[in-house]
Design a protein around this ligand. Structure first.
Ligand code: CTP
Length: 393
């Protein structure tokens, strides 16, 4: 059962289409509307489509005896709020439960998906952004609003994502716990290799792919240890988080966890080199040119591939040319099961963005090129491929 909370905004009409799509996909849907949502669309519209009475803020005692608000909270496999106004997001983040929707949401133990829709300036307001961060930290799933023409006359980010997209996200979140029993060791982000107490060399990795992999694995029932270099991201709820800085720290953390895991995914952009000499005092500026001598770091994944110990090893390959051939070479050289390759020179792929264009190659020689998709979606495709490869074994 999906419980859909509809809050008051012009995007309410898209929630109607969302219900239609969910019903078509054979989900059961019960709708809760806030009072202001009923100003935009009538409860009768949702009731007709969903086949269930719509719970509104002004519900009466008959409704409460039919399905009380706690029952409504308990029956949810997923709670979706779409569209979610700045107001309701603020209330949820602040723990306020002053109407039916926020009360049921407070009582539910189901995962929660929030699809914000509002004016661009409201969306960019630091208070709203802080509220979204808070909810993400707790493990709520927040969709990015779409870009485009807004009903308020502005152009920009704030549109409710297309109903098809929200329905796709619902299907993704309700996937079964097919990774339960897996203990995944995932690495993410860049390393920093110090030159002196204030300077370091690093790379452009944001950590987003590794964090998306960790979130998806937790959602699909795996136990997850995330070893992360420095990033600006919130540690995913439900994963054990190990923060590291240098490639040497990362190697130590990975080796320390290796015995307990079933599968390793190296999504980190491990630094290939470190400074031969790290100055213990800040290097002073001078007129003469200086040279940095860099020495290679050990290849963590290659070392794991040499031991193997019956573990499944998944690597990434950041390439700028000959994607598939280079990925296949890395797979062989490092003795891996799967390599996910992406062309970091292509728009929509690689470092820092929210999307990726990847090719998955595996040890059977199979190659699958995927279109551009969000890193969250790619994470699921990687696990689908992994499970399909693993099942005959
Ligand atoms: N990797 C690692 N240890 C390193 C370097 C890379 O474990 N010292 C892992 C990465 O996390 C990734 C895979 O190896 O999963 C491939 O990384 P990539 O940088 O694309 O390839 P390299 O092997 O470093 O080769 P090159 O930089 O020459 O492409």
């Amino acid at each position: 059962m999906i419980v859909l909370g509809v809050t008051g905004g012009i995007a309410c009409y898209k929630a109607v289409e969302l219900v239609r799509l969910l019903i078509k996909a054979e989900f059961k849907v019960r709708v809760i509307m806030t009072r202001s949502a009923t100003e935009f669309v009538t409860p009768l519209t949702f009731q007709t489509l969903s086949g269930y009475p719509v719970a509104t803020e002004t519900f009466d005692l008959t409704q409460e005896s039919e399905i009380g608000h706690i029952n409504l909270a308990d029956c949810a496999d997923l709670f979706v709020v779409a569209p979610a106004t700045a107001n309701v997001i603020g209330k949820i983040a602040g723990g306020i439960a002053d109407d039916l929707l926020t009360t049921v949401l407070m009582a539910t133990q189901a995962p929660v998906l929030i699809a914000p829709a509002m004016n661009i300036h409201m969306y960019e307001n630091p208070i709203l952004q802080e509220n979204l961060r808070r909810l993400r930290r707790i493990g709520y799933h927040i969709m990015e609003p779409a870009d485009g023409y807004l009903a308020c006359g502005y152009e920009g980010k704030g549109r409710l994502p297309d109903p098809e997209k929200i329905a796709g996200e619902v299907e993704r979140l309700l996937k079964k716990k097919d990774l339960s029993g897996e203990r995944l060791l995932i690495t993410a982000g860049p390393n920093r290799e110090p030159l002196d107490p204030v300077r370091y060399i690093s790379n452009r990795s944001s950590g987003k792919m590794g964090y998306a992999l960790a979130r998806a694995a937790v959602r699909r029932g795996a136990e997850v240890a995330l070893v992360s270099g420095p990033t600006a991201l919130e540690p995913p709820a439900g994963a054990r988080f190990i923060a590291v800085t240098t490639a040497a720290d990362m190697r130590e953390a990975v080796l320390g966890e290796y015995a307990q895991c079933t599968t390793v995914i190296m999504a980190a952009a491990v630094s290939d080199y470190h400074a031969a000499v790290v100055a213990d005092k800040k290097m002073k500026r001078g007129e003469a040119a200086i040279e940095l001598r860099l020495e290679p770091n050990p290849d963590i994944l290659k070392d794991l591939g040499q031991r193997k110990d019956g573990k499944w090893l998944i690597g990434f390959a950041a390439e700028t040319e000959d994607l598939t051939a280079n990925a296949q070479k890395k797979l062989r050289d490092k003795n891996l099961d799967i390599v996910v390759a992406n062309n970091v020179a292509e728009t929509g792929s690689g470092f820092d963005g929210d999307t990726n264009i990847a090719t998955i190659v595996d040890r059977t020689g199979a190659t699958r090129s995927l279109p551009m998709m969000s890193k969250d979606e790619l994470a699921d495709r990687i696990y689908d491929h992994f499970l399909a490869l693993k099942s005959p074994r």
